[in-house]
Structure formats: structure tokens, C-alpha cells
Design a protein. Structure first.
Length: 342
């Protein structure tokens, strides 16, 4: 396996008959090594592939004052060997119970904490998991219903990069977390119980990078193909960083472009009016616009490679129209059949 699990434990957040939340604590770490390794491996892969994650740190809210430091203090005590892992997890369970009690939650869940290593980096993964029912066929061909942990539907989860936190306490992105749905973030209470506040905005940083790239190729003496090659190289580099869980390094990206004959991107980006960090986590869905245009609205969805703009796809902003030359074969077939039926 690509990961090494050091510790893992699960506590239950439950509702009693009066509708009050309680926390049932497990007194020792999970013991089944093979099962735990398989579970954490699956969670690691699922979490790493989640798009649009937020990034933060143990810090201070902009308007609300200092975040609750209890989780941070307990974790610090654990790292200094002043607190055991079970005690750390119990403190986390109580803090989550207290935070959940502030909201109208109809159910609890299973709080998982696990310490593991991946690619020489130490992580603490924290998630509130739900149980999911499934049907199983027994040996006598009878059906039975079982409950199991839903590992694929991660909605409330965060991962602390302990290596980065210990190496650079001023970092604002050593905690990553799953963003909630539209409106009030579902993850708000989950971050509050950990005392985490948002730091680096990966989506905004990616938008700034994309604008810097567009300005860079526009000001350079480049052909249309060379401009698109620059965009493609930026996207490919960022995609590689996302897939390996490594931040975009602005200087490294500039070196990649320099190898293709496009010099001075780093100086261009830093001297321009771009609010770009030297290194930051990338948002692949945002940067995909370097290669593709897409949009949905009013019952119409459209997506095409950016290389087609001005050739197969003609956009007229004055008349608010798009002309497509060379309709895709499967779409053309559908349209032809509909015209005949009419």
C-alpha cells in the first residue's frame, strides 16, 4: 500500500431517546491491521480525488475573534508526547459533540481519526462518517440487511498536514477540508470544532494564475499555437501537482515554461497586479478553462476545446451568438432524425 497507518480510532456520536447528542468513546485504537489499512487507503484516495477542497489553518477569524483553540492544543500535546492518541481522539469527540449540540441535527455519525504517512508526509485525517444499509446474500441464499460505513460519500472531512504545520507554523494551508454545498457551508460546524479558519483560497489563486497566463501570452510575441501550448503546459503542470497532492510552485512552473522558450513568467506574474502566492494548492476545475470553454444555462449546455475558438466555433459578442462549424456526428444524427420526424 502507498500509505502507512500509525493509529486509527472510531467514536460514535449518537442521539438518545430525548433527542440529545452523546458521544460513545472507544477505549482503545482499532486493532484489525489489514481492515484498518484498507479503510484508510480507500479514504485517502477518495479524499485526495475530491475537487474544490478548501484550505485553512489553526488561527483567528477575520471578524469573529480567535477560533476555539482546544483541538489545536490537544493535538499539540499529542505531538509533544504529553497526551496519548486515545485521549486526543476522546477530546475531539467531546468537542464535536458540543459543537453539534448547537445545531438542529437529526442524527449523529461515526467520528474517525487516523494518523498515517503518505510520501514522507504525516497526516491526521478527521471525518464524520455515516452508516449505509446494503443487502447481502447468505450461504443458504437468504437475504439479510447489513449496515456499513459509507466511505465514498465524504461530506464532513478534513486532513491536517502535520509535517507542514511543524515545519512552517506560519503556513495558512496545512489543513484541507471538504467544502459544503451552496449557501451556508455544511462544513462550518466541522471546522469550528477543530478551530480551523480558511486561509488560502485555491479557486481564487487558480483564477489569478489563469489571468496571469492569459496576460503573459497576450503580451508575448507568440503565434496562436504557441499561446495554446503555453496554456496546455500550465494546465498539465498543475494537474500533475493536484494528482500528487503537491502545491503549485510558481518558480517551478516558470522553469517549465522557460524550457519551452517562454521566459520570465515568474517576474511577469510577481510584478503584475496578481495576488499570487509563491506556492499554493491548485483547483483543477478552475484551471481546466485553460483548455476548455464550457457553460450551462437556460436548458443549453455547451463545451468545446479552446483551440476551436475562432475556427470551428465563432463567437460574436455583439449579437450574442455562437456559430459551430462541423457539428459532431452523434449530435448531427439526432438533429437530422428530429427534423425528419417533424
Amino acid at each position: 500500500m502507498s500509505i502507512h497507518v500509525e493509529q486509527a480510532i472510531i467514536h460514535a456520536i449518537t442521539l438518545n431517546s430525548e433527542g440529545k447528542l452523546g458521544c460513545r468513546l472507544r477505549p482503545q485504537p482499532l486493532l484489525n491491521g489489514a481492515a484498518v489499512e484498507a479503510m484508510v487507503e480507500e479514504l485517502h484516495q477518495t479524499y485526495s480525488s475530491k475537487a474544490g477542497k478548501g484550505f485553512g489553518f489553526f488561527g483567528v477569524h477575520g471578524d469573529d475573534g480567535e477560533a476555539n483553540p482546544a483541538f489545536k492544543n490537544a493535538l499539540q500535546s499529542y505531538l509533544e508526547n504529553a497526551l496519548g492518541f486515545v485521549e486526543l481522539s476522546a477530546a475531539a469527540g467531546k468537542l464535536l459533540q458540543e459543537e453539534l449540540s448547537k445545531y438542529d441535527f437529526s442524527q449523529g455519525g461515526f467520528l474517525l481519526l487516523t494518523l498515517y504517512q503518505h510520501m514522507a508526509t504525516d497526516y491526521l485525517f478527521v471525518a464524520l462518517l455515516n452508516a449505509k444499509s446494503s443487502m447481502t446474500v447468505l450461504d443458504d441464499m437468504e437475504l439479510t440487511q447489513n449496515d456499513h460505513l459509507d466511505l465514498t460519500n465524504l461530506q464532513l472531512a478534513a486532513r491536517i498536514d502535520l509535517t507542514e504545520w511543524q515545519r512552517d507554523s506560519e503556513s495558512r494551508k496545512y489543513i484541507s477540508f471538504v467544502r459544503g454545498r451552496a449557501g451556508r457551508k455544511v462544513a462550518d460546524f466541522f471546522l469550528d470544532f477543530m478551530g480551523c479558519v480558511e486561509g488560502v483560497n485555491a479557486k481564487q489563486q487558480s483564477k489569478e494564475l489563469m489571468q496571469a497566463v492569459e496576460d503573459f501570452v497576450a503580451e508575448g510575441d507568440l503565434t496562436k499555437d504557441e499561446r495554446q501550448q503555453c496554456r496546455n503546459r500550465v494546465f498539465e503542470y498543475c494537474q500533475e501537482q493536484v494528482e500528487t497532492g503537491i502545491d503549485v510552485q510558481l518558480k517551478d512552473l516558470a522553469d517549465e515554461l522557460a524550457e519551452s522558450g517562454m521566459e520570465s513568467f515568474y517576474d511577469f506574474a510577481k510584478q503584475g497586479e496578481y495576488d499570487l502566492e509563491d506556492n499554493f494548492p491548485a483547483d483543477k476545475s478552475t484551471l481546466r478553462q485553460l483548455k476548455k470553454f464550457s457553460g450551462t444555462g437556460g436548458g443549453v449546455s455547451l463545451s468545446f476545446d479552446s483551440t476551436h475558438l475562432g475556427e470551428r466555433v465563432i463567437y460574436d459578442p455583439i449579437s450574442d451568438t455562437i456559430v459551430i462549424k462541423g457539428v459532431p456526428a452523434n449530435l448531427k444524427d439526432q438533429l437530422d432524425r428530429r427534423l425528419k420526424s417533424n
